[in-house]
Design a protein around this ligand. Structure first.
Ligand code: C2O
Length: 542
């Protein structure tokens, strides 16, 4: 196995999109940032130098970080932010994961432009569980704002309202030729007749689930979130922010040009979103001319929950899995939005959510608040009191009809830095229950430090009497982000075998900012082998 050394300079860079130029925060002046290419088993040493005017951290999304929680990246969870002018070196090993992950800033809304792919090839000497592809390409779906995204979120924080939606969706940083001033920069992906190509699709958008399609071409899905899956074919993908899907596509169509396109899957009732389409072009190198108008795929309508569900429930693990058959910890966690009454003397301009309120979000009615003096990991590791409390509830404080007409009194979560403690080795089940408080939405729920099995999902309220019969304890898929269905539930299982402080949150950045998060604290195991490593010398201070 190899060790790969990289330098990431976080800096302001002029970027032009949609006819406008603005300073964007980038890594090494690149947008999207550099792709990290490794083999399973390799190690990475990445020195991040912050030359921007904002605090920053980098998260290696989906990398398990076994015993290396110090390198996970979410600010105030596993480290204090890297201040302007400072640096921090992330050191970790890719172990047991193959496929596609990605990295992104985990500080305010910086990840709008600070992100890139992590391509993980099979272990040296191993091969894919499918014929070796002729080409390997990365498709990163994203969102672009004409305004500085940090200003957008700061403005929403000030007003208590919802932040402005983005001005374009993007593929590899480019809106594509259906948007103004974007044609000449449209991304082109080569294909030759007879080839089979591996395409790694990543949803790096901040706040939008996306459908993805290529005209006339079918996908064979072979992986997701850096785990292989039992191959299945589909003509459309749906990815929540944070998720990755690896597909094979065949050059079996008339040589020519075909649009690859993505647009919103907006399950929310009444929440604003952008209904435009981003495109790239699949271009046959074997075509006679490459000036023909590309063929456009028909994307599902934005509210097509049936298509989204048919896709998300098609995933299976390829072989026998290690899914826990019994559980030591069984949690029931609601996830949803809410609105808080305005504080008594607040100015009207700071209460711009409906009926003079402020938007909020919660898990089990707790709006998660980041600490500010220490990271949770430092506080846990060094026994610093007063940074967090261990009273995150194992079930909602009151039982109600989660997906029905919810009483207004339940819209007001409490705030706190509450964690849930797990013993090393615990077999954990979490029933995630979406709520229709204020508005029902899909929530892409992401857990740091683990992959989990998605053993079941469904609509309505989870019913422990009848829904347990739907559990797949044979070949459930392994993921790091699950699309919690709109007005529905999902059940995940994992073994708490990685010590540290691990945040579980909605990967819509607008929701994490409102508090849709909680943290698991996992104790050390008995021996040195199970324990968390000592903190690195250059760990940033708050
Ligand atoms: Cu991809 Cu906590 O994030």
């Amino acid at each position: 196995a190899k060790t790969h050394y990289h330098g990431f300079v976080v800096q302001a860079t002029k970027v032009t999109r949609l006819c406008k130029t603005r300073n964007s925060i980038t890594v090494n002046g690149q947008f999207p940032g550099p792709t990290l290419e490794v083999n399973n088993g390799d190690s990475l040493v990445i020195k991040v130098i912050n030359k921007a005017k904002y605090n920053v951290t980098i998260h290696w999304h989906g990398v398990r970080q076994i015993r290396t929680a110090w390198a996970d990246g979410p600010e105030f969870i596993t480290q204090c932010p890297i201040r302007p002018g400072q640096s921090y070196t992330y050191k970790f090993t890719i172990s047991g994961q193959e496929g596609t992950l990605w990295w992104h800033a985990h500080s305010s809304w910086l990840r709008a432009t600070v992100y890139g792919a992590i391509v993980i090839h099979p272990k040296q000497g191993d091969s894919y569980p499918f014929p070796k592809p002729n080409r390997d390409s990365v498709i990163m779906l994203g969102e672009w704002w004409n305004a500085n995204p940090i200003d957008v979120i700061n403005e929403a924080r000030r007003t208590g309202g919802a932040p402005n939606v983005s001005d374009a969706y993007t593929i590899n940083g480019q809106p594509g030729d259906l948007y103004n001033c974007s044609s000449k920069d449209t991304i082109k992906v080569p294909m030759s007749s007879g080839e089979t190509n591996l395409v790694r699709v990543i949803n790096a958008a901040l706040n939008q689930q996306l459908f993805f399609k290529i005209a006339n071409h079918k996908f064979t899905v072979v992986g997701a979130d850096a785990s292989y899956v039992k191959p299945f074919t589909t003509s459309v993908l749906m990815l929540g922010p944070g998720q990755t899907t690896d597909v094979l596509i065949k050059g079996d169509q008339t040589p020519g040009r075909y649009y690859m396109a993505a647009r919103a899957y907006a399950s929310a009732q009444g929440a604003p979103f952008d209904n435009t389409t981003t495109t790239a072009i699949l271009e046959y190198t074997t075509a006679k001319s490459n000036s023909s108008k590309p063929v456009m795929p028909t994307l599902p309508p934005f509210n097509d929950t049936n298509t989204a569900t048919a896709f998300t429930t098609s995933f299976r693990s390829p072989g026998k899995t290690l899914v826990p058959k019994t559980v030591d910890e069984n949690l029931f966690i609601t996830a949803g939005l809410g609105i808080n009454k305005c504080p008594p003397k607040a100015k009207a301009s700071t209460c711009q959510a409906p009926n003079n309120t402020r938007f909020t979000a919660s898990m089990n009615n707790v709006s998660f608040v980041l600490p500010s003096n220490f990271s949770l990991l430092q506080a846990h590791h060094n026994g610093i009191p007063g940074v967090f409390t261990t009273d995150f509830p194992a079930k909602p404080p009151v039982t109600f009809d989660y997906t029905g007409n919810v009483s207004r009194s339940l819209w007001q979560p409490t705030r706190g830095t509450k964690v849930y403690k797990l013993k090393y080795g615990d077999k954990v089940q979490v029933v995630l229950q979406g709520t229709s408080i204020f508005t029902a939405e899909n929530h892409p729920i992401h857990l740091h430090g683990y992959d989990f099995y998605v053993v079941a999902e469904g609509f309505g309220n989870f019913n422990p009497k009848t829904d347990t019969s739907k559990f797949n304890l044979v070949d459930p898929p392994l993921r790091n982000t699950v699309s919690l269905p709109v007005n529905g539930w999902a059940v995940i299982r994992f073994v708490a075998d990685n010590p540290g402080t691990w945040i579980m949150h909605c990967h819509l950045d607008v929701h994490i900012g409102w508090g849709l998060a909680m943290v698991f604290v996992v104790d050390n195991g008995v021996g040195l082998m199970e324990s968390l490593q000592q903190p690195p010398k250059d760990l940033p201070r708050c």
